[in-house]
Design a binder for this molecule. Structure first.
Ligand SMILES: [Zn+2]
Length: 370
């Protein structure tokens, strides 16, 4: 329907997405596209191992590399530290290896050094790697601000052997983040709402969002079971792509709506602090479906999926032992803040409606769990 209108359509994505077994071993080939001076920012868990590997990999070549260990938090101070460390090398390319905070710091460092960036996630827990954004925190770990970047990463490189060795709960959490993508994309499309890419979503991103959902339904349970057995199967490969690329492009180019707004509201409940982003988004998705009165068939498919892979379907599973309307209202009010994405729902939404959707989703979760 909205495609009959004439809104500006916009699309954002990494220039290249590369995913495969032992892909980090091809690092030199990838960085040589951009130049010979390479600055590596590596998560503490991988630092000693990968510093050694890259020094061996680049030994005898005309490339000059510098490996630095990530400081642990994506703060303005850490970004300044990294640009300071990189100054003498004057890198042709920055490579980030690790989780979301390492990668966001690498993106920001590359941006301030004015050079391309290669992003190498070591987990598939969210849709963040592909996006043109770094989330900055304060020194004491509170949200500081978004740093909007003029471009998406030049390369997002997924070494699936590394991802398969990461905790299964993180990949399942990535499925929770990816679960929201299609429903938020469709809602934004129906509302002719705005996306992070700077326009309304076009046809391509909406189709990728749909593919993201279909891939979860087809391969999610298979992938979870395989990962628990330490097996890197085709289903695992599909889920890594769905969690990272399909969900990443889907959200950035086709929009966020109620699910992520409710996630943001849930961060106000201290009980939920131990939960991962995608786990809260999964419950937010359920609440969005209740809010939009999705069909019983649709609800059962999503609930069944969450229960099978181990994503939370009740507030209790998110750590909220005592569920009250007051708590639901705290979440709902925050979710309806004008600067959040609730406005991308295709109908008017009030905090009362969201609180009822949250309580309704929680009750429905109990109904199917019990
Ligand atoms: Zn997300």
């Amino acid at each position: 329907m909205s495609m009959l209108q004439h809104s500006t359509r916009a699309w954002g994505s990494p220039s290249r997405y590369i995913q495969g077994r032992y892909e980090l071993e091809n690092m030199k080939t990838h960085t040589e596209v951009y130049g010979r001076r390479v600055f590596f920012l590596i998560d503490v868990f991988f630092f000693a191992d990968y510093k050694k590997r890259f020094e061996a990999l680049y030994a005898g070549s005309d490339s000059q590399i510098q490996c630095e260990q990530f400081g642990g938090q994506c703060t303005e101070e850490e970004i300044l530290r990294c640009t300071g460390l990189a100054k003498a090398l004057n890198p042709d390319v920055v490579v980030g290896i690790g989780g979301g905070k390492t990668l966001d710091t690498a993106k920001a460092t590359a941006y301030f050094m004015g050079c391309p960036v290669v992003i190498c996630p070591t987990i598939a827990s969210s849709d963040a790697p592909c996006r043109a954004l770094s989330v900055l925190y304060t020194d004491d770990g509170q949200f500081d601000r978004y740093l909007f970047l003029p471009a998406n990463p030049n390369i997002v490189l997924m070494d699936t052997t590394v991802i398969a060795a990461s905790p299964v709960r993180l990949t399942v959490s990535g499925m929770g983040d990816a679960l929201a993508t299609y429903f938020e994309a469709q809602a934004t499309h129906d509302a002719d709402g705005a996306t992070c890419a700077g326009g309304t979503g076009g046809l391509a991103a909406l189709q990728l969002a749909r593919l993201c959902y279909d891939t979860l339904m087809e391969d999610g349970v298979k992938a979870k079971v395989a990962l628990e057995a330490g097996a890197l199967t085709p289903a695992v490969e599909h889920i890594i792509e769905a969690n990272t690329l399909l969900s990443g492009i889907g959200f950035e180019s086709s929009g966020l709506a109620a699910a992520h707004a409710i996630h943001n509201g849930l961060t106000l409940l201290p009980e939920c602090h131990g939960m991962y982003h995608g786990e809260k988004v999964a419950f937010g998705t359920l609440a969005q479906l209740v809010l939009a009165n999705a069909s019983t068939e649709q609800l059962e498919e999503v609930l069944g999926f969450c229960i099978e892979v181990g994503l939370p379907v009740t507030l209790g599973e998110l750590g909220v032992d005592e569920v009250t309307r007051e708590k639901a209202m705290i979440v709902a009010k925050a979710a309806c803040a004008p600067d959040d994405t609730m406005g991308n729902m295709p109908f008017d939404v009030t905090p009362e409606m969201v609180a009822d959707a949250i309580l309704g989703a929680d009750a429905l979760g109990h109904y199917y769990l019990d």
